[in-house]
Design a protein around this ligand. Sequence first.
Ligand SMILES: Nc1nc2c(c(=O)[nH]1)N[C@H]1C(S)=C(S)[C@@H](COP(=O)(O)O)O[C@H]1N2
Ligand SMILES: [Mo]
Length: 157
Amino acid sequence: MHFKTMDEFTLKIYGLVEKNINLTLDDIKALPKVGLTFDFRCVEGWEIKDTQWQGVRVRDLLLLAKPLNNAKYVIFKSGDYTITLSLDKVMEDNVVLAYEYMGKPLTREKGGPIRLVFPSQYCYESVKWLREIELTDIYKEGTGKRIALSRIGKNNA
Ligand SMILES: Nc1nc2c(c(=O)[nH]1)N[C@H]1C(S)=C(S)[C@@H](COP(=O)(O)O)O[C@H]1N2
Ligand SMILES: [Mo]
């Protein structure tokens, strides 16, 4: 890890881990690069076939911080927008932190510099502009589902 300026992007991993860490984009890009292709389907009804993402496995990132034995859930945060997944799910091969989309750096509009992606029936689980990852032992529902569904008038789901 290198010395960083105040305004440089960092991803924070904290909570039930052996050590809290802050990673720069360069730190993230130093991990093994993986690709992921899937059809992205939004609950609003649209779909994009064969979306192609490149990045790193979330598992590889978490192993740097070393989850404690009592860690059960992982909360992905972008400001007030949060999604909670089980640690077991997050450790799967196809859960990726993407920094490229269709072979090009992820644009700000598309969630850059980094975004969570994995094949899911719930579009809102793909957290754009990811900033923090927290490991916890108790389940706390994320805000993302409600925020996303409220945009299509289904916030009571
Ligand atoms: N931080 C954040 N991530 C988010 C959302 C959001 O509102 N905020 N919306 C989600 C929803 S509902 C969808 S469909 C996708 C849209 O991704 P796209 O801009 O690549 O189409 O982002 C997801 N990730
Ligand atoms: Mo969505």
